[in-house]
Design a protein around this ligand. Structure first.
Ligand code: NAD
Ligand code: UDP
Ligand code: UDP
Length: 318
């Protein structure tokens, strides 16, 4: 395959850094654009020396003029803790940031992929969720900056397609976890593992009966790359996630058994609009992309626990 110039917005974040590594491994030139709001250069420490990698500090809410062939548009904080800290900036990032990246794609004739989210389904009343479901989203709640921002980003992608025939791809990503999440990220997998490693009780929000389906990051990145390489007529939206569904109580039990530091759980109030259940229907991803997750929770958690163990050890030495 000839060398492709690929822009990854949000490439210093959790998913972005794994994607960048995969694209470099395949021999591509990669431009990372990130404002380091929730990501960091440290996530790319092992590839910083690679001459095919360029990292630019830039906020996608401002225009960007570069020459590229493909754009993976991932820039946007994904953890509720981070996206709720500056909610107006979160909406701007999804809406204005997408307009800028679509304008860039239009000028350069680049293919452009949006990392949308299962949050477009809100607190779903259809289970499992397939792509035809329009969702159940509160437009004025504390999660709305993220949910409605991504819904508007999807609208923009499809309007640029209808108006300008842009080669768009929209992935709806379900809860993804793995190495390179921040210890203070605030999402459930990292919170539970970090608490257990520190010998502190795991914080369960609500009664722990709410469900999520967790996808290991390597599988997810494989799905994103497959989607980018589909023909022009394939736009998505397409669900990417692992259909195995767990309650937060079950997740806590698994982490406690795996880390084995004798910790228990502690109950905290459930944040408002927290979805009660979530499971992807991945029929389309199986059929269109020939994709399904390979790494199950026990294996992915083991890898992630090892990562955080090393991170926390390095922090305590430093
Ligand atoms: P993350 O917070 O680790 O990464 C997001 C990256 O975007 C960070 O490096 C951050 O600094 C950067 N960023 C944020 N605002 C920016 C801006 N205005 N300009 C430039 N850079 C900016 O999150 P993640 O989990 O890696 O998520 C990556 C993408 O995948 C996001 O778009 C997110 O919505 C989507 N997604 C993730 C999940 C998941 O479970 N991880 C689920 C659904 C969707
Ligand atoms: N844009 C950008 N880089 C480019 C081209 C456009 O950041 O290479 C931004 C530009 O600031 C514009 C937005 O993308 O506001 C949308 O561009 P488009 O061409 O769709 O619309 P217009 O320029 O007509 O507003
Ligand atoms: N959660 C929890 N304890 C934590 C962090 C999160 O019980 O320390 C719950 C949270 O309320 C939600 C689920 O775990 O029901 C997943 O939360 P996360 O923030 O990881 O992702 P999202 O809610 O965006 O799917």
């Amino acid at each position: 395959m000839s060398e492709t110039r690929i822009l990854v917005t949000g490439g210093a974040g959790f998913i972005g850094s794994h994607l960048v590594r995969r694209l470099l491994d395949e021999g591509h030139e990669v431009l990372v654009v990130d404002n380091f709001y929730s990501g960091s250069r440290a996530n790319l420490a092992d590839v910083l020396h690679d001459p095919r990698l360029e990292i630019v500090r830039h906020d996608v809410t401002f225009p960007l003029y570069v020459e590229v062939d493909e754009i993976y548009h991932l820039a946007c904080p994904a953890s509720p803790v981070f996206y709720q800290r500056d909610p107006v900036q979160t909406t701007k990032t999804s809406v204005v940031g997408s307009i800028n990246m679509l304008g860039l794609a239009k000028r350069t004739k680049a293919k452009i992929l949006l990392s949308s989210t299962s949050e477009v389904y809100g607190d779903p009343q259809v289970h499992p969720q397939d792509e035809s479901y329009w969702g159940h989203v509160n437009p004025i709640g504390i999660r709305s900056c993220y949910d409605e921002g991504k819904r508007c980003a999807e609208t923009l992608f499809f309007d640029y397609r209808r108006q300008h025939d842009l080669p768009i791809k929209v992935a709806r990503i379900f809860n993804t976890y793995g190495p390179m999440m921040r210890p203070d990220d605030g999402r459930v997998v990292s919170n539970f593992i970090v608490s257990a490693l520190r010998g502190e009780p795991l914080t369960i929000y609500g009664d722990g009966t709410q469900t999520r389906s967790f996808c290991f990051v390597d599988d997810l990145v494989d799905g994103l790359i497959r989607l980018m390489r589909t023909p022009h007529e394939v736009t998505g939206p397409i669900n990417l996630g692992n259909p195995h569904e767990f309650t937060m109580t079950e997740l806590a039990e698994k982490v406690i058994a795996m880390v084995d530091t004798g910790v228990g759980v502690e109950y905290h109030p459930l944040p408002s609009d927290d979805p009660t259940q979530r499971q992807p229907d991945i029929t389309q991803a199986r059929g269109v992309l020939g994709w399904e997750p390979k790494v199950q929770l026990a294996e992915g958690l083991t890898t992630t626990v090892d990562y955080f163990r090393r991170q926390l050890a390095a922090q305590s030495v430093g």
